[in-house]
Design a protein around this ligand. Structure first.
Ligand code: PMP
Length: 481
């Protein structure tokens, strides 16, 4: 393949690989990383590159190779790398002599960020909202939100969903799909492709909602009235599962009628990613609490909890943190929020996402190892499955074969083949079987074509290799000794 990138240069392996000196320098950096950094490192294992320059969608490695980045800092870079409005906002603060660290004191930079944030929030929510600046990661905001609803309701339990991801600190981890903690009651998140009820679509989502309702109303369910419900409007790490709008509204009604605060975790879905500024806007649901991070900091660390004012029951200092006042992040974040809003980038994400989904679906039609293509806006997942026709399918809607088992091996192979073609993608999903695309909202039509071409080429290679490996030896006599 070898497509020209946006600046006309060829990417990946065909691109310049630098002098042998540069090559050995970057290889040394990678070697030192693997010797010195924790075994818990993640992206660095699948993506052995050393970024030295970046702009928009493009990253340049220390080896001189150029990559189209559809990982975007795990969905953080709404405007891509080093967008001019972000750089200008950061420079302005630096040049002004303003303090960079102020704990939670008021500053003009923070004031401007808060004004812009409230301008973007759904008006019915913003009208009575309070914002709390917390520690700078998404997981800090989740932690603060869980603590807040526990204090506000005087209750303890939390409702959370299968496949959820809310972070890595204790409370957020409890609410995530891998946890087994008793304070969290796990409810079924609607999934079309791997519907736990074997029916998919709206009927599957309705069954999931009824299960939630019956657990709350059955006096012998073992689930006391909880302090809150936390959900992602589109599950990201769980494998890109968009919740149907009807289900979102059912969750809102179920929680509202039982006085259970509803927490929308928009850490990954926020700031235009799904085709609306906030993903709750698709359904019109007004949550009681929103947790926001990633894109709101314009590529720098920033997280906030926003909630209805009657929940603001904290005692002064009840939830603190040294790094609540990152001025550069607030400046970069305000610039990002206003750029997305003023340039209609959420609407653009909706249009591009629809186009990308329909092109990617043609891969599912062509290759049996592409089990499902799903997403909302520029949050897209392609699920790789074991194409073996004898592989036991899961139960599907009556009369139809269910999905084949997920294939983490093929998904990793697609990620590798993408990287060879100069395309960075992420893996996710229950079995790491979902290849995820999270391009910046600023991606051009031309760049979108380049991403889709490289991706299709990578999938074609992986599918061909998988078919070759599965072919019985007798049918390939030429390969016999
Ligand atoms: N919530 C969601 C929905 C997320 O996707 C993530 C991160 N992927 C988090 C919370 C945690 O954010 P952080 O990694 O910044 O702690």
């Amino acid at each position: 393949m070898g497509h020209a990138d946006t600046e006309g240069r060829r990417p990946g392996p065909e691109g310049p690989s630098g002098s042998s000196g540069a090559r050995s320098a970057y290889e040394s950096i990678l070697r030192r990383q693997s010797m010195r950094e924790s075994a818990a490192r993640t992206y660095a294992r699948a993506l052995p590159i050393v970024p030295v320059r970046a702009r928009g969608l493009t990253i340049e490695g220390a080896d001189g190779r150029r990559y189209l980045d559809c990982l975007s800092g795990a969905g953080t870079l709404a405007l891509g790398h080093n967008h001019p409005v972000v750089l200008e906002a950061i420079r302005k603060v630096l040049d002004s002599g303003a303090p960079l660290h102020v704990l939670d004191l008021a500053t003009p930079v923070k004031d401007a960020f808060t004004t812009e944030l409230f301008r973007t929030l759904p008006p019915a929510f913003a009208d009575r909202a309070r914002v709390q600046f917390c520690g700078p990661a998404g997981t800090d905001a989740v932690e603060a939100a869980l603590k807040l609803v526990r204090i506000a309701t005087g209750r303890d339990g939390i409702l959370a969903f299968t496949g959820a991801y809310h972070g890595m600190t204790a409370g957020a981890l409890e609410a995530s799909g891998g946890a087994t903690d008793v304070r969290v009651t796990r409810l079924p998140y609607p999934q079309d492709y791997r519907c736990p009820f074997g029916v998919g679509g709206e009927p599957g989502a309705e069954l999931a909602a009824r299960w939630t309702e019956s657990l709350l109303d059955d006096t012998k369910s073992g689930v006391p009235l909880p302090a809150g419900m936390i959900l992602e409007p589109v599950q990201g790490e769980g494998g890109v599962n968009p919740a149907p709008d009807t289900w979102m509204r059912r969750m809102r009604t179920i929680t509202a009628t039982r006085s259970i605060p509803l927490i929308a975790d928009e850490v990954q879905t926020g700031v235009g990613r799904t085709g609306r500024f906030w993903a709750v806007e698709h359904s019109g649901v007004v949550p009681d609490v929103m947790v926001l991070s990633k894109a709101i900091g314009g590529s720098l660390p920033l997280a906030v909890v926003v909630y209805r004012d009657d929940l603001d029951v904290w005692e002064p200092g009840a939830h603190a943190g040294t790094f609540r006042g990152n001025q550069l992040a607030m400046a970069a974040g305000a610039a990002t929020l206003s750029h997305v809003r003023e340039n209609g980038l959420a609407e653009r994400a909706a249009v591009l996402g629809t186009r990308m989904l329909s092109q990617l679906r043609s891969l599912a039609a062509a290759f049996p190892c592409v089990g499902d293509v799903r997403g909302r806006g520029l949050m897209i997942g392609v699920e790789l499955v074991d194409p073996d026709p004898d592989a036991a399918p899961e139960p599907g809607p009556p009369g139809t074969p269910g999905p084949h088992p997920a294939s983490p091996t093929l998904a990793a192979a697609v990620q590798r083949e993408c990287l060879r073609r100069g395309l960075i993608v992420e893996l996710g999903g229950r079995h790491a079987g979902v290849v995820r695309l999270l391009p910046p909202l600023t991606i051009s039509d031309e760049q979108t074509d380049a991403v889709l071409d490289r991706f299709a080429d990578a999938v074609t290679t992986v599918a061909r290799n998988a078919a070759r490996a599965a072919r019985p030896l007798a049918s390939t006599p030429q390969e016999l000794p």
